[in-house]
Ligand binder design. Structure first.
Ligand code: GLN
Length: 530
Protein backbone atom coordinates (compact mmCIF):
# COMPACT_ATOMS: atom_id res chain seq x y z
CA UNK A 1 0.00 0.00 0.00
CA UNK A 2 1.18 3.51 -0.76
CA UNK A 3 1.67 5.67 2.31
CA UNK A 4 -1.44 7.70 3.19
CA UNK A 5 -1.75 11.06 4.93
CA UNK A 6 -4.65 12.33 7.04
CA UNK A 7 -4.51 16.08 7.68
CA UNK A 8 -6.67 17.97 10.16
CA UNK A 9 -7.17 21.73 10.28
CA UNK A 10 -9.37 23.75 12.60
CA UNK A 11 -11.76 26.59 11.95
CA UNK A 12 -13.73 29.31 13.77
CA UNK A 13 -12.34 28.82 17.29
CA UNK A 14 -9.36 27.30 18.99
CA UNK A 15 -9.88 24.60 21.58
CA UNK A 16 -12.41 22.56 19.60
CA UNK A 17 -10.45 19.36 20.17
CA UNK A 18 -8.49 18.83 16.97
CA UNK A 19 -5.97 16.68 18.84
CA UNK A 20 -8.66 14.39 20.20
CA UNK A 21 -10.45 14.29 16.84
CA UNK A 22 -7.37 13.22 14.90
CA UNK A 23 -6.29 10.81 17.66
CA UNK A 24 -9.77 9.25 17.47
CA UNK A 25 -9.47 8.90 13.70
CA UNK A 26 -6.04 7.38 14.28
CA UNK A 27 -7.55 4.93 16.74
CA UNK A 28 -10.05 3.73 14.12
CA UNK A 29 -7.20 3.26 11.63
CA UNK A 30 -4.73 1.67 14.01
CA UNK A 31 -6.22 -1.82 14.19
CA UNK A 32 -4.93 -2.58 10.69
CA UNK A 33 -2.25 0.02 10.07
CA UNK A 34 0.87 1.53 11.54
CA UNK A 35 -0.11 5.10 12.28
CA UNK A 36 2.13 7.95 13.43
CA UNK A 37 1.14 11.50 14.35
CA UNK A 38 2.88 14.76 13.52
CA UNK A 39 1.72 17.82 15.40
CA UNK A 40 2.54 21.19 13.83
CA UNK A 41 2.61 24.22 16.09
CA UNK A 42 2.92 27.76 14.84
CA UNK A 43 4.80 29.29 17.77
CA UNK A 44 8.46 30.20 17.72
CA UNK A 45 9.42 28.39 20.91
CA UNK A 46 11.43 25.30 20.01
CA UNK A 47 9.23 23.25 22.34
CA UNK A 48 6.61 24.06 24.98
CA UNK A 49 8.99 23.18 27.84
CA UNK A 50 9.62 26.82 28.69
CA UNK A 51 5.98 27.90 28.53
CA UNK A 52 3.82 28.55 31.55
CA UNK A 53 1.28 25.76 32.02
CA UNK A 54 -1.38 28.35 32.85
CA UNK A 55 -1.08 29.71 29.34
CA UNK A 56 -0.37 26.52 27.49
CA UNK A 57 -1.66 23.59 29.52
CA UNK A 58 0.44 20.75 30.79
CA UNK A 59 3.88 20.01 29.33
CA UNK A 60 3.84 16.38 28.25
CA UNK A 61 7.13 14.49 28.44
CA UNK A 62 8.04 11.62 26.13
CA UNK A 63 10.30 8.61 26.72
CA UNK A 64 13.08 10.29 24.74
CA UNK A 65 12.90 13.36 26.97
CA UNK A 66 11.05 15.54 24.47
CA UNK A 67 8.83 18.19 26.07
CA UNK A 68 5.74 18.40 23.94
CA UNK A 69 2.17 19.54 23.76
CA UNK A 70 -0.47 17.72 25.76
CA UNK A 71 -2.05 16.51 22.53
CA UNK A 72 0.74 13.94 22.52
CA UNK A 73 -0.92 12.41 25.54
CA UNK A 74 -3.99 11.78 23.40
CA UNK A 75 -1.92 10.39 20.54
CA UNK A 76 -0.13 7.93 22.77
CA UNK A 77 -3.25 6.85 24.62
CA UNK A 78 -5.44 6.51 21.53
CA UNK A 79 -2.88 5.06 19.14
CA UNK A 80 -1.05 2.89 21.67
CA UNK A 81 2.33 4.19 20.45
CA UNK A 82 5.41 5.62 22.12
CA UNK A 83 5.78 9.00 20.48
CA UNK A 84 9.09 10.76 19.89
CA UNK A 85 9.94 14.44 20.06
CA UNK A 86 10.50 14.71 16.34
CA UNK A 87 6.78 14.07 15.91
CA UNK A 88 6.26 17.61 17.22
CA UNK A 89 7.18 20.24 14.68
CA UNK A 90 7.15 23.88 15.80
CA UNK A 91 7.98 26.97 13.77
CA UNK A 92 10.78 27.46 16.31
CA UNK A 93 12.26 24.13 15.21
CA UNK A 94 11.64 24.81 11.53
CA UNK A 95 13.40 28.17 11.59
CA UNK A 96 16.37 26.95 13.58
CA UNK A 97 16.85 24.12 11.04
CA UNK A 98 16.49 26.52 8.10
CA UNK A 99 19.03 28.87 9.68
CA UNK A 100 21.47 25.99 10.21
CA UNK A 101 21.10 24.98 6.55
CA UNK A 102 21.57 28.55 5.35
CA UNK A 103 24.70 29.06 7.46
CA UNK A 104 26.11 25.77 6.18
CA UNK A 105 25.64 27.04 2.64
CA UNK A 106 23.11 24.35 1.70
CA UNK A 107 21.10 26.83 -0.38
CA UNK A 108 24.01 27.43 -2.77
CA UNK A 109 23.71 31.19 -2.94
CA UNK A 110 19.93 31.24 -3.49
CA UNK A 111 17.61 33.72 -1.76
CA UNK A 112 15.99 31.65 0.99
CA UNK A 113 12.24 32.27 0.94
CA UNK A 114 9.20 31.28 2.97
CA UNK A 115 7.75 29.67 -0.13
CA UNK A 116 9.17 27.38 -1.48
CA UNK A 117 12.13 26.85 0.84
CA UNK A 118 10.44 26.78 4.22
CA UNK A 119 7.24 25.13 2.98
CA UNK A 120 9.26 22.49 1.09
CA UNK A 121 11.32 21.83 4.18
CA UNK A 122 8.08 21.12 6.08
CA UNK A 123 6.65 18.96 3.28
CA UNK A 124 9.83 16.89 3.14
CA UNK A 125 9.76 16.57 6.91
CA UNK A 126 6.31 14.92 6.67
CA UNK A 127 7.51 12.52 3.98
CA UNK A 128 10.78 11.70 5.75
CA UNK A 129 8.96 10.96 9.00
CA UNK A 130 6.62 8.56 7.21
CA UNK A 131 9.62 6.80 5.73
CA UNK A 132 11.68 6.76 8.92
CA UNK A 133 8.90 5.18 10.98
CA UNK A 134 7.74 2.99 8.14
CA UNK A 135 4.25 4.31 8.73
CA UNK A 136 1.27 3.20 6.67
CA UNK A 137 -0.60 6.33 7.64
CA UNK A 138 0.77 9.69 8.79
CA UNK A 139 -1.62 11.90 10.75
CA UNK A 140 -0.83 15.61 10.47
CA UNK A 141 -2.43 18.00 12.91
CA UNK A 142 -2.03 21.65 12.00
CA UNK A 143 -2.33 23.71 15.16
CA UNK A 144 -4.32 26.92 15.50
CA UNK A 145 -7.24 28.09 13.41
CA UNK A 146 -7.28 28.46 9.65
CA UNK A 147 -6.33 32.04 8.77
CA UNK A 148 -3.74 32.35 11.57
CA UNK A 149 -0.63 33.85 10.10
CA UNK A 150 1.70 31.58 12.03
CA UNK A 151 0.33 28.41 10.48
CA UNK A 152 0.27 29.51 6.84
CA UNK A 153 3.49 27.68 5.97
CA UNK A 154 2.14 24.39 7.23
CA UNK A 155 -0.91 24.90 5.02
CA UNK A 156 1.29 25.57 1.98
CA UNK A 157 3.26 22.45 2.83
CA UNK A 158 0.23 20.15 2.94
CA UNK A 159 -1.12 21.69 -0.23
CA UNK A 160 2.04 20.82 -2.08
CA UNK A 161 2.17 17.40 -0.38
CA UNK A 162 -1.31 16.71 -1.81
CA UNK A 163 -0.15 17.62 -5.29
CA UNK A 164 2.81 15.33 -4.95
CA UNK A 165 1.19 12.21 -3.44
CA UNK A 166 -2.11 12.46 -5.33
CA UNK A 167 -5.72 12.86 -4.18
CA UNK A 168 -6.26 9.20 -3.28
CA UNK A 169 -3.39 9.22 -0.79
CA UNK A 170 -4.35 12.19 1.32
CA UNK A 171 -7.52 13.19 3.09
CA UNK A 172 -8.28 16.61 4.54
CA UNK A 173 -10.43 16.85 7.66
CA UNK A 174 -11.65 20.20 8.83
CA UNK A 175 -13.01 20.65 12.34
CA UNK A 176 -15.18 23.73 12.76
CA UNK A 177 -17.78 25.04 15.14
CA UNK A 178 -21.56 25.11 14.73
CA UNK A 179 -23.09 27.38 17.38
CA UNK A 180 -26.75 27.19 18.31
CA UNK A 181 -28.30 30.58 18.86
CA UNK A 182 -30.36 30.39 22.01
CA UNK A 183 -33.06 32.82 20.93
CA UNK A 184 -33.88 30.92 17.74
CA UNK A 185 -32.60 27.49 18.75
CA UNK A 186 -31.08 27.06 15.31
CA UNK A 187 -27.75 25.52 14.25
CA UNK A 188 -25.76 28.29 12.59
CA UNK A 189 -23.47 27.33 9.74
CA UNK A 190 -22.04 30.72 8.72
CA UNK A 191 -18.84 30.58 10.82
CA UNK A 192 -18.08 27.13 9.40
CA UNK A 193 -18.83 28.31 5.87
CA UNK A 194 -16.38 31.14 6.35
CA UNK A 195 -13.66 28.90 7.66
CA UNK A 196 -14.17 26.57 4.69
CA UNK A 197 -13.75 29.61 2.44
CA UNK A 198 -10.46 30.43 4.14
CA UNK A 199 -9.31 26.89 3.54
CA UNK A 200 -10.37 26.94 -0.11
CA UNK A 201 -8.68 30.32 -0.71
CA UNK A 202 -5.50 28.50 0.26
CA UNK A 203 -6.09 25.77 -2.29
CA UNK A 204 -7.41 23.08 0.02
CA UNK A 205 -10.79 21.47 -0.37
CA UNK A 206 -11.84 19.57 2.75
CA UNK A 207 -12.91 15.94 2.21
CA UNK A 208 -14.58 15.46 5.58
CA UNK A 209 -15.96 18.17 7.83
CA UNK A 210 -16.49 17.62 11.52
CA UNK A 211 -18.98 20.12 12.90
CA UNK A 212 -18.44 20.52 16.62
CA UNK A 213 -21.85 21.09 18.12
CA UNK A 214 -23.85 20.51 21.29
CA UNK A 215 -26.48 18.62 19.25
CA UNK A 216 -26.46 16.23 16.34
CA UNK A 217 -26.22 18.20 13.12
CA UNK A 218 -29.52 18.29 11.26
CA UNK A 219 -29.78 17.23 7.63
CA UNK A 220 -30.44 20.87 6.73
CA UNK A 221 -27.22 21.97 8.46
CA UNK A 222 -25.26 19.26 6.70
CA UNK A 223 -26.67 20.22 3.35
CA UNK A 224 -25.83 23.89 3.80
CA UNK A 225 -22.23 23.07 4.69
CA UNK A 226 -22.00 20.47 1.94
CA UNK A 227 -23.06 22.94 -0.75
CA UNK A 228 -20.52 25.43 0.46
CA UNK A 229 -17.67 22.93 0.58
CA UNK A 230 -18.65 21.19 -2.65
CA UNK A 231 -18.87 17.79 -0.97
CA UNK A 232 -21.50 15.21 -0.12
CA UNK A 233 -23.68 15.78 2.99
CA UNK A 234 -22.64 12.27 4.10
CA UNK A 235 -19.10 13.56 4.48
CA UNK A 236 -20.18 15.86 7.27
CA UNK A 237 -19.92 14.39 10.72
CA UNK A 238 -21.13 15.73 14.05
CA UNK A 239 -18.37 16.32 16.57
CA UNK A 240 -20.80 16.01 19.41
CA UNK A 241 -19.98 17.58 22.80
CA UNK A 242 -19.41 14.64 25.14
CA UNK A 243 -18.53 14.34 28.79
CA UNK A 244 -15.76 11.85 28.10
CA UNK A 245 -13.14 12.13 25.34
CA UNK A 246 -12.96 8.35 24.98
CA UNK A 247 -16.46 8.44 23.51
CA UNK A 248 -15.25 10.38 20.46
CA UNK A 249 -14.03 7.36 18.43
CA UNK A 250 -17.44 5.79 19.06
CA UNK A 251 -19.30 8.98 18.14
CA UNK A 252 -17.32 9.13 14.86
CA UNK A 253 -17.73 5.45 14.11
CA UNK A 254 -21.49 5.52 14.66
CA UNK A 255 -21.63 8.06 11.83
CA UNK A 256 -19.54 5.98 9.46
CA UNK A 257 -16.19 7.73 9.82
CA UNK A 258 -14.10 4.68 9.00
CA UNK A 259 -16.13 3.91 5.88
CA UNK A 260 -15.70 7.49 4.73
CA UNK A 261 -11.94 7.30 5.24
CA UNK A 262 -11.77 3.89 3.61
CA UNK A 263 -13.58 5.21 0.55
CA UNK A 264 -11.46 8.35 0.22
CA UNK A 265 -8.16 6.55 0.73
CA UNK A 266 -9.15 3.37 -1.06
CA UNK A 267 -8.16 1.09 1.83
CA UNK A 268 -9.86 -1.40 4.15
CA UNK A 269 -10.54 -0.30 7.72
CA UNK A 270 -11.72 -2.58 10.51
CA UNK A 271 -11.92 -0.70 13.79
CA UNK A 272 -11.86 -2.72 17.01
CA UNK A 273 -14.11 -0.89 19.38
CA UNK A 274 -15.73 -3.48 21.60
CA UNK A 275 -13.17 -3.49 24.45
CA UNK A 276 -12.95 0.27 24.32
CA UNK A 277 -16.72 0.49 24.60
CA UNK A 278 -16.76 -1.91 27.53
CA UNK A 279 -14.38 0.32 29.47
CA UNK A 280 -16.57 3.34 28.91
CA UNK A 281 -19.71 1.50 29.97
CA UNK A 282 -17.92 0.30 33.07
CA UNK A 283 -17.31 3.88 34.12
CA UNK A 284 -20.84 4.99 33.26
CA UNK A 285 -22.57 2.37 35.32
CA UNK A 286 -20.27 2.85 38.32
CA UNK A 287 -22.18 2.80 41.58
CA UNK A 288 -19.36 3.70 43.93
CA UNK A 289 -18.18 7.26 44.15
CA UNK A 290 -15.09 8.83 45.73
CA UNK A 291 -13.51 12.27 46.01
CA UNK A 292 -9.86 12.76 45.14
CA UNK A 293 -8.23 16.11 45.87
CA UNK A 294 -5.50 17.55 43.67
CA UNK A 295 -3.56 19.93 45.89
CA UNK A 296 -1.46 22.15 43.67
CA UNK A 297 -0.94 25.74 42.61
CA UNK A 298 -2.00 25.80 38.96
CA UNK A 299 -5.50 24.92 40.00
CA UNK A 300 -7.09 27.72 38.03
CA UNK A 301 -6.34 25.89 34.82
CA UNK A 302 -7.40 22.31 35.00
CA UNK A 303 -5.44 21.61 31.81
CA UNK A 304 -2.24 21.96 33.86
CA UNK A 305 -3.07 18.59 35.35
CA UNK A 306 -4.54 16.99 32.25
CA UNK A 307 -2.63 13.73 32.47
CA UNK A 308 -3.39 13.27 36.14
CA UNK A 309 -7.07 13.67 35.35
CA UNK A 310 -6.67 11.18 32.54
CA UNK A 311 -4.90 8.64 34.75
CA UNK A 312 -7.76 8.91 37.25
CA UNK A 313 -10.26 8.43 34.43
CA UNK A 314 -8.48 5.24 33.43
CA UNK A 315 -8.75 3.95 37.01
CA UNK A 316 -12.40 4.91 37.06
CA UNK A 317 -13.05 2.66 34.04
CA UNK A 318 -10.89 -0.14 35.33
CA UNK A 319 -12.39 -0.24 38.82
CA UNK A 320 -15.92 0.90 38.00
CA UNK A 321 -15.96 3.88 40.36
CA UNK A 322 -16.96 7.47 39.80
CA UNK A 323 -14.11 9.81 40.76
CA UNK A 324 -15.00 13.38 41.65
CA UNK A 325 -12.08 15.77 41.65
CA UNK A 326 -11.61 18.52 44.16
CA UNK A 327 -9.03 21.09 43.10
CA UNK A 328 -7.30 22.63 46.09
CA UNK A 329 -5.19 25.76 45.68
CA UNK A 330 -2.35 25.34 48.16
CA UNK A 331 -1.31 28.97 47.83
CA UNK A 332 -4.53 29.88 49.69
CA UNK A 333 -4.23 29.74 53.45
CA UNK A 334 -7.34 27.79 54.17
CA UNK A 335 -8.26 24.55 52.56
CA UNK A 336 -10.30 21.67 53.74
CA UNK A 337 -9.43 18.03 53.14
CA UNK A 338 -11.93 16.55 55.57
CA UNK A 339 -14.37 15.33 52.93
CA UNK A 340 -11.87 13.72 50.57
CA UNK A 341 -10.99 10.03 50.18
CA UNK A 342 -7.55 10.53 48.69
CA UNK A 343 -5.09 13.30 47.90
CA UNK A 344 -2.64 13.86 45.08
CA UNK A 345 0.12 16.42 45.45
CA UNK A 346 1.22 16.90 41.85
CA UNK A 347 4.39 18.21 40.21
CA UNK A 348 5.27 21.87 40.33
CA UNK A 349 7.96 24.50 40.35
CA UNK A 350 8.91 27.49 42.49
CA UNK A 351 7.91 28.70 45.92
CA UNK A 352 4.24 29.62 45.74
CA UNK A 353 1.98 27.08 47.37
CA UNK A 354 4.77 24.86 48.76
CA UNK A 355 3.99 25.35 52.45
CA UNK A 356 0.37 24.51 51.69
CA UNK A 357 1.43 21.33 49.90
CA UNK A 358 3.54 20.34 52.91
CA UNK A 359 0.50 20.93 55.14
CA UNK A 360 -1.62 18.74 52.85
CA UNK A 361 0.96 15.92 53.05
CA UNK A 362 1.08 16.20 56.84
CA UNK A 363 -2.71 15.98 57.02
CA UNK A 364 -2.68 12.80 54.92
CA UNK A 365 0.15 11.21 56.89
CA UNK A 366 -1.37 11.93 60.28
CA UNK A 367 -4.98 11.15 59.37
CA UNK A 368 -4.19 8.09 57.28
CA UNK A 369 -5.70 9.56 54.12
CA UNK A 370 -4.52 7.76 50.95
CA UNK A 371 -1.84 9.95 49.41
CA UNK A 372 0.07 9.98 46.14
CA UNK A 373 2.93 12.44 45.66
CA UNK A 374 4.19 13.12 42.18
CA UNK A 375 7.61 14.68 41.56
CA UNK A 376 7.38 17.94 43.55
CA UNK A 377 4.82 16.02 45.58
CA UNK A 378 7.51 13.51 46.57
CA UNK A 379 9.86 16.34 47.46
CA UNK A 380 7.17 17.95 49.61
CA UNK A 381 6.53 14.63 51.34
CA UNK A 382 10.23 14.29 52.10
CA UNK A 383 10.39 17.81 53.55
CA UNK A 384 7.31 17.12 55.66
CA UNK A 385 8.82 13.88 56.95
CA UNK A 386 12.15 15.61 57.72
CA UNK A 387 10.48 18.45 59.60
CA UNK A 388 7.79 16.63 61.52
CA UNK A 389 9.12 13.09 61.99
CA UNK A 390 12.92 13.56 61.94
CA UNK A 391 12.53 16.93 63.71
CA UNK A 392 14.83 18.71 61.28
CA UNK A 393 12.77 21.84 61.59
CA UNK A 394 14.44 23.99 58.94
CA UNK A 395 14.44 21.24 56.29
CA UNK A 396 13.59 22.53 52.85
CA UNK A 397 14.41 22.33 49.17
CA UNK A 398 17.01 24.73 47.78
CA UNK A 399 14.49 25.51 45.05
CA UNK A 400 12.55 27.43 47.73
CA UNK A 401 15.36 28.40 50.10
CA UNK A 402 18.79 28.41 48.41
CA UNK A 403 20.55 29.18 51.73
CA UNK A 404 18.79 26.42 53.65
CA UNK A 405 20.97 24.72 56.31
CA UNK A 406 19.22 21.37 55.84
CA UNK A 407 18.63 21.00 52.13
CA UNK A 408 16.89 17.62 52.18
CA UNK A 409 16.00 18.27 48.55
CA UNK A 410 18.78 19.81 46.51
CA UNK A 411 19.86 20.49 42.96
CA UNK A 412 21.35 17.42 41.30
CA UNK A 413 25.12 17.64 40.83
CA UNK A 414 24.88 17.66 37.04
CA UNK A 415 22.27 20.47 37.19
CA UNK A 416 24.52 22.93 39.05
CA UNK A 417 26.41 24.06 35.96
CA UNK A 418 23.39 24.46 33.71
CA UNK A 419 22.31 27.99 32.79
CA UNK A 420 19.89 27.44 29.90
CA UNK A 421 16.28 26.79 30.84
CA UNK A 422 14.97 24.95 27.75
CA UNK A 423 15.32 21.16 27.60
CA UNK A 424 17.92 20.94 30.37
CA UNK A 425 16.12 19.13 33.18
CA UNK A 426 16.43 15.41 33.91
CA UNK A 427 13.96 14.51 31.21
CA UNK A 428 12.42 11.35 29.84
CA UNK A 429 12.39 7.70 30.74
CA UNK A 430 14.71 6.44 33.49
CA UNK A 431 14.78 3.06 35.22
CA UNK A 432 14.21 2.39 38.91
CA UNK A 433 14.80 -0.73 40.95
CA UNK A 434 11.98 -1.51 43.34
CA UNK A 435 12.30 -3.07 46.80
CA UNK A 436 10.89 -6.57 46.80
CA UNK A 437 8.38 -6.33 49.65
CA UNK A 438 7.21 -2.78 48.96
CA UNK A 439 3.77 -1.49 47.98
CA UNK A 440 5.17 -0.20 44.68
CA UNK A 441 6.62 -3.61 43.86
CA UNK A 442 3.22 -5.18 44.46
CA UNK A 443 1.65 -2.63 42.16
CA UNK A 444 4.14 -2.83 39.29
CA UNK A 445 4.68 -6.58 39.80
CA UNK A 446 8.31 -6.32 38.74
CA UNK A 447 11.64 -5.21 40.04
CA UNK A 448 12.90 -2.96 37.27
CA UNK A 449 10.49 -0.38 35.94
CA UNK A 450 10.70 2.70 33.73
CA UNK A 451 8.85 5.97 34.19
CA UNK A 452 9.18 9.44 32.71
CA UNK A 453 10.84 12.33 34.53
CA UNK A 454 10.98 16.11 34.43
CA UNK A 455 12.89 17.67 37.30
CA UNK A 456 16.10 19.35 38.42
CA UNK A 457 16.06 18.62 42.15
CA UNK A 458 16.49 15.37 44.07
CA UNK A 459 16.29 13.97 47.55
CA UNK A 460 19.71 14.77 49.01
CA UNK A 461 21.69 11.50 49.50
CA UNK A 462 23.13 12.88 52.75
CA UNK A 463 19.76 12.33 54.39
CA UNK A 464 18.84 8.89 53.00
CA UNK A 465 20.07 7.08 56.11
CA UNK A 466 18.27 9.19 58.69
CA UNK A 467 15.03 8.97 56.70
CA UNK A 468 15.25 5.19 56.63
CA UNK A 469 16.05 5.03 60.33
CA UNK A 470 12.94 7.06 61.07
CA UNK A 471 10.74 4.77 59.00
CA UNK A 472 10.55 6.26 55.53
CA UNK A 473 10.84 3.40 53.05
CA UNK A 474 12.96 4.31 50.03
CA UNK A 475 11.10 1.76 47.96
CA UNK A 476 12.59 2.51 44.55
CA UNK A 477 16.05 3.81 43.68
CA UNK A 478 17.97 4.59 40.51
CA UNK A 479 20.14 1.57 39.56
CA UNK A 480 23.23 3.26 41.07
CA UNK A 481 21.24 3.78 44.30
CA UNK A 482 21.99 7.51 44.39
CA UNK A 483 18.59 8.86 43.44
CA UNK A 484 15.37 8.24 45.30
CA UNK A 485 12.65 7.34 42.81
CA UNK A 486 9.89 6.06 45.13
CA UNK A 487 9.09 6.45 48.81
CA UNK A 488 6.35 5.00 50.97
CA UNK A 489 5.27 4.57 54.57
CA UNK A 490 4.35 1.45 56.48
CA UNK A 491 1.38 1.56 58.87
CA UNK A 492 -0.56 3.77 56.53
CA UNK A 493 -3.30 2.65 54.10
CA UNK A 494 -1.48 4.22 51.14
CA UNK A 495 1.27 6.76 51.38
CA UNK A 496 3.33 6.56 48.21
CA UNK A 497 5.28 9.14 46.25
CA UNK A 498 7.49 9.09 43.19
CA UNK A 499 10.04 11.41 41.65
CA UNK A 500 8.64 10.38 38.25
CA UNK A 501 5.42 11.23 36.42
CA UNK A 502 3.57 7.91 36.12
CA UNK A 503 0.46 9.70 34.84
CA UNK A 504 2.20 10.21 31.50
CA UNK A 505 2.17 6.53 30.61
CA UNK A 506 -1.32 5.71 31.83
CA UNK A 507 -3.90 4.58 29.30
CA UNK A 508 -7.49 3.37 29.19
CA UNK A 509 -6.37 -0.20 28.62
CA UNK A 510 -3.45 -0.02 31.08
CA UNK A 511 -3.95 2.43 33.94
CA UNK A 512 -0.84 3.60 35.81
CA UNK A 513 -0.19 1.24 38.77
CA UNK A 514 0.38 3.98 41.37
CA UNK A 515 -2.94 5.61 40.52
CA UNK A 516 -4.74 2.27 40.75
CA UNK A 517 -3.18 1.84 44.18
CA UNK A 518 -4.41 5.25 45.31
CA UNK A 519 -7.93 4.78 43.99
CA UNK A 520 -8.25 1.28 45.49
CA UNK A 521 -7.12 2.64 48.86
CA UNK A 522 -9.58 5.54 48.59
CA UNK A 523 -12.45 3.15 47.80
CA UNK A 524 -11.48 1.04 50.79
CA UNK A 525 -11.34 4.07 53.06
CA UNK A 526 -14.79 5.19 52.04
CA UNK A 527 -16.60 1.85 51.89
CA UNK A 528 -14.91 -0.46 54.38
CA UNK A 529 -17.11 0.46 57.30
CA UNK A 530 -20.32 0.72 55.34
N1 GLN B 1 10.53 21.61 40.89
C1 GLN B 1 10.95 20.28 41.14
C2 GLN B 1 12.25 19.94 40.44
O1 GLN B 1 12.63 20.60 39.50
C3 GLN B 1 9.87 19.29 40.74
C4 GLN B 1 9.57 19.28 39.28
C5 GLN B 1 8.27 18.62 38.96
O2 GLN B 1 7.41 18.45 39.81
N2 GLN B 1 8.06 18.27 37.71
O3 GLN B 1 12.90 18.99 40.80
Amino acid sequence: MKRKYVVITGGVLSGLGKGIAIASVGYLLSSLYKVIPIKCDGYLNVDPGTMNPIEHGEVFVLDDGGEVDMDFGHYERFLGITATSEMNLTMGKVFSKIREKERRGDYLGKTVQMIPHVSDFIKNYFKDMGKKYDADIVLIEIGGTIGDMENELYISAVKSLAREVGKENIVFLHLAYIPILKSVGEQKTKPTQQSISLLMQRGIQPDIIIGRCSQKLTQRTKEKIAIHAGIDPDSIITGLDVDDIYKIPLVFESQGMSQLLARKLNIKIKPKISKWKEKIINREKAEKEIIIAIAGKYTNLEDSYASIKEALNHCSSELGVRINLKFIDTSENDFDLRDVDGVIVPGGFGTRGTEGKIKAVQYCRENKIPFLGICYGLQMAVIEFARNVCKIEDANTTEVDPQCKNPVVDLMEEQKMIKEKGGTMRLGSYPAILKKDSIVYQLYKKEKIHERHRHRYEVNPRYHKIFEEKGLVLSGMSPNRLLVEFIELKDHPYFVATQAHPELKSSLMKPAPLFLGLVKAAIKKKYQNK
